[in-house]
Design a protein around this ligand. Structure first.
Ligand SMILES: C[C@@](CO)(OP(=O)(O)O)[C@H](O)COP(=O)(O)OP(=O)(O)OC[C@H]1O[C@@H](n2ccc(N)nc2=O)[C@H](O)[C@@H]1O
Ligand SMILES: Nc1ncnc2c1ncn2[C@@H]1O[C@H](COP(=O)(O)OP(=O)(O)O)[C@@H](O)[C@H]1O
Length: 288
């Protein structure tokens, strides 16, 4: 394991990325949040977090994030939320090996938060079930519950009403344009389309779907537009979440690798397989 972690770490767990295979915006609620329909699928591509229990009750994230103050970090927020909810006297030392790009639309911060909730639930011997943890998770962000539940899902509401589904576990080429995009900024854009018709659960897997944020993001962020134009010549390409990452799907790893070879020196990208059961839940030996 990575030497970023102490040798005596009691728990080392992944925090996987997700893709939004499509993202439909149905409307805006009175509180400013948007009603969505989306498919979340996990990627076999993860940050790793290490945890040790502290008896003094302090929550300490040892890894420095340049642009995120300690107490604003979703890892620390998740730990404090769980501590307050359960009145646990315990604390934690936490380290992270960060691989997922921030502001990339692949859910890194949310996934880190979910992994922290599940890790401390175990280390602090709280025995909360996933439904309780997912309810708490929603306070941290709209897409934290799916990482807590651990199953690929058709999501509705603001992204928290989850119906597990099993889309094909394809191989993805994921491009990382060199820009971080704020989810709130995209959702506040007056030109964002907000009137896509709802589809039914029966239609989900037959729906190609689109990402309603894509046109706005391509317009506003030249780095995403440039990467899209290059990648879309190789294979049909889509934005995930509110960006900045773009993805194209392939039936085999070899096909994805062949496409990646054509992008070498042009776009920073990685290859990963879509997975319907989170690597976090697999590592914790939870059943599907
Ligand atoms: C919309 C998605 C699709 O996966 O975007 P990405 O962040 O992944 O790109 C996510 O659900 C985001 O989830 P998350 O990143 O947890 O969002 P939050 O922190 O709850 O919200 C950030 C901001 O996005 C806007 N927001 C978010 C979700 C939603 N259904 N409607 C919204 O309008 C709100 O302005 C909110 O202030
Ligand atoms: N542990 C964390 N990892 C990533 N981002 C974090 C974390 N904690 C707080 N953030 C904040 O959340 C923002 C969104 O991060 P991230 O989840 O990676 O992007 P996205 O929501 O686009 O998938 C970051 O720009 C950062 O300011």
């Amino acid at each position: 394991m990575t030497n970023l972690f102490p040798d005596d770490a009691s728990l080392i767990l992944p925090a996987p990325a997700k893709l939004n295979l499509f993202l439909h915006i149905l409307g805006r609620r009175a509180d400013g949040y948007h009603n969505l329909q989306t498919i979340f699928q996990f990627l076999d591509y993860s940050d790793q977090l290490a945890f040790n229990c502290r008896k003094d009750g302090e929550i300490k994230l040892h890894t420095i994030f340049e642009n995120v103050p300690h107490n604003d970090n979703l890892i620390v927020k998740a730990a404090n939320l769980l501590k307050n909810y359960t009145s646990s006297p315990l604390g934690a030392d936490i380290w992270i090996d960060k691989k997922l790009p921030m502001g990339g639309g692949i859910g890194g911060g949310s996934s880190n938060a979910a992994t922290t909730l599940l890790a401390l639930n175990q280390l602090w011997q709280l025995n909360l079930d996933l439904i309780t943890l997912a309810k708490l998770a929603l306070q941290l962000g709209a897409d934290v519950p799916v990482f807590v539940q651990g199953k690929a899902a058709f999501a509705e509401g603001v992204g928290e009403q989850l119906t597990p589904i099993t889309p094909p576990e394809l191989w993805f080429l994921v491009a990382i344009p060199k820009v971080a995009i704020s989810t709130a900024t995209v959702f506040n854009d007056p030109l964002l389309p907000r009137n896509t018709a709802a589809i039914t659960y029966q239609q989900v897997l037959a729906t190609e779907g689109q990402n309603d944020c894509q046109a706005i993001v391509l317009n506003h962020y030249p780095a995403v537009q440039d990467a899209f134009l290059i990648m879309n010549k190789l294979a049909p390409t889509k934005l995930t979440g509110t960006g900045a990452c773009l993805f194209a799907s392939f039936t085999t790893e070899q096909q994805a690798l062949a496409a990646q070879r054509q992008l070498i020196d042009k776009i920073d990208c990685f290859i990963a397989q879509g997975i319907n059961f989170s690597p976090l839940h697999q590592k914790l030996n939870l059943s599907y």
